[in-house]
Design a protein. Structure first.
Length: 500
């Protein structure tokens, strides 16, 4: 079935206190999606972010980001006062200031925790029991991290670093209330998130979540389950993840994530991965898995290298993992395979064997910096079972991209879309039209491209730090005129339930 959606991160929503969250504005955006003829809202990972603020480097693959808890809801529930929130000096507009969020929002959430009647909160205790397999480790991890001034777990005292039984008992007693606080704010997060998701589903909007293939080194997942990852006898990764040099990065990308011990996962029947995907399908209606090619072959970089140039490709778990997931969770679960970049025949075969839709990025069709064949990204070469984007969170906005590609590449794009001459906005609109017009079953457009915004609204520039994940939308942009403009594409090209 032909459908369409919008890519728009939670943190980019307008809201009163400095970062997008599960506030009234999130519900208004769901209404906007419905009015725009959309069927999907694609978001970025919503786990708790660490140094660098990237949602792809989280303290836990199961936990939610406390920044997304709506403070206004806590005011209405009597857990905070408006005076307390207003005096916290969180920016109310403009780009996100993560430092202020870190300093001020946790103070407010701690006040809410201390004011709550947690002892008699049966739904909180039920949440603890239902999520015990990850929640206790995560809360202890965060409490101990606070005790050691936020340093990574490999810099903690040896006894708790390696989870000796006496140290685990000591810190669980010593940090009891800190642990309970972190459990409580996860309860608040999920309570608010499931309410928003239910509202979206009732409006006919499905949520596409996004997960990185890897987990962060400094995470509860790694600290609590080192056996899942490639570590040496000294507690250091034996190799780390990244990707090789290409047209966008001469030295490749050194992500630094620990690599999986796929032999161990195979021995356990891929139990951890199945739990991870099961949790995803409670949170989302569909899941995009970043760097899907890593399941076919993963890029292994020697630990300690400063660039990704000396890495090598090693065989991954392949179809076996996804057969296990389907056997346990059912074969009707939608996974979008991020199969971008240098894609080999074996990667294509894996995506095809899984039956999952891959991705097509229209910008790549006219950009000589991309290392893969641009022909595959031209709309006339699409297949039905794929998801087409103008660009993703890692790409420039359409308008920014059009200003930066070579003149001959812009000329090629104009010729392809039948424009003898054009201003950038006219060419950008032709590209919006082409994504909807294509035979791809699903079309996802970043909100910034419908607004014709330049790279000031770009979400992420890979291999950089300190300038990403900052953009927020102004609430004034969500007009009836914009909804009608977007809906016209959906109706005209048969991606909406309405009939032309």
């Amino acid at each position: 079935m032909r459908s369409c959606g919008i890519l728009f991160p939670i943190f980019s929503l307008p809201s009163p206190y400095g970062i997008g969250c599960f506030s009234k504005e999130a519900y208004d955006f769901v209404d906007f999606l419905a009015d725009s003829g959309q069927s999907y809202w694609q978001i970025l990972p919503i786990g708790p972010t660490s140094y660098g603020d990237s949602p792809y480097q989280s303290f836990s693959t199961f936990a939610g980001n406390p920044y997304f808890i709506d403070l206004v809801t806590l005011i209405e529930e009597g857990l905070l006062t408006k005076k307390e929130c207003d005096s916290s000096k969180l920016d109310k507009s403009g780009k996100i200031n993560y430092y202020k969020q870190y300093i001020m929002r946790f103070k407010l959430l701690r006040k809410a925790y201390e004011k709550s009647d947690i002892e008699h909160n049966d739904s909180f205790h039920a949440f603890q029991r239902e999520n015990a397999y990850w929640l206790r480790d995560y809360a202890l991890f965060m409490a101990v991290k606070d005790r050691f001034d936020g340093v990574a777990w490999n810099e903690w005292a040896e006894d708790i670093r390696y989870r000796y039984a006496n140290a685990m008992d000591y810190y669980q007693r010593e940090l009891y209330f800190d642990i309970e606080f972190y459990e409580y704010i996860q309860y608040l997060f999920y309570k608010q998130w499931y309410k928003l998701k239910s509202y979206a589903n009732d409006k006919g909007i499905q949520i596409i979540g996004d997960i990185p293939i890897y987990v962060a080194f400094d995470s509860a997942d790694v600290w609590a389950h080192m056996e899942l990852f490639q570590f040496d006898d000294n507690g250091n990764p034996s190799a780390v993840a990244g990707c090789p040099p290409d047209g966008f990065s001469a030295t490749g990308q050194l992500w630094g994530n620990p690599l999986y011990r796929w032999d161990y996962h195979r021995h356990t029947g891929y139990d951890w991965w199945i739990k991870r995907m099961e949790a995803c399908y409670k949170m989302y209606d569909a899941v995009r898995i970043d760097h899907f090619r890593g399941f076919d072959e993963y890029y292994s970089i020697p630990f300690g290298d400063e660039t990704a140039e000396r890495g090598e490709w090693i065989k991954g778990p392949g179809i076996e993992l996804f057969n296990k997931i389907k056997a346990r969770l059912g074969s009707d679960k939608l996974i979008i395979a991020e199969d971008l970049g240098y894609v080999t025949d074996t990667v294509r075969q894996l995506v095809n064997d899984c039956g999952y839709p891959g991705m097509r990025i229209l910008e790549f069709a006219f950009d000589s910096r991309d290392s893969s064949s641009p022909v595959a990204y031209l709309p006339h070469n699409y297949i039905h079972n794929c998801v087409v984007y103008t660009g993703t969170h890692d790409n420039e906005t359409l308008m920014g991209w059009l200003g930066n590609i070579l003149p001959e590449e812009r000329k090629q794009a104009r010729q392809y879309f039948g424009l003898s001459f054009s201003e950038p906005k006219m060419l950008a609109e032709a590209m919006l039209r082409a994504t909807h017009m294509s035979i791809a079953d699903l079309c996802i457009i970043p909100l910034q491209d419908y607004l014709f915004l330049d790279n000031d609204a770009r979400i992420n520039k890979p291999s950089t730090i300190g300038i990403n994940w900052l953009w927020r939308a102004d609430k004034e942009i969500f007009t009836k005129e914009l909804a009608s403009y977007i809906n016209n594409f959906a109706v005209l090209y048969g991606r909406d339930s309405k009939v032309l």
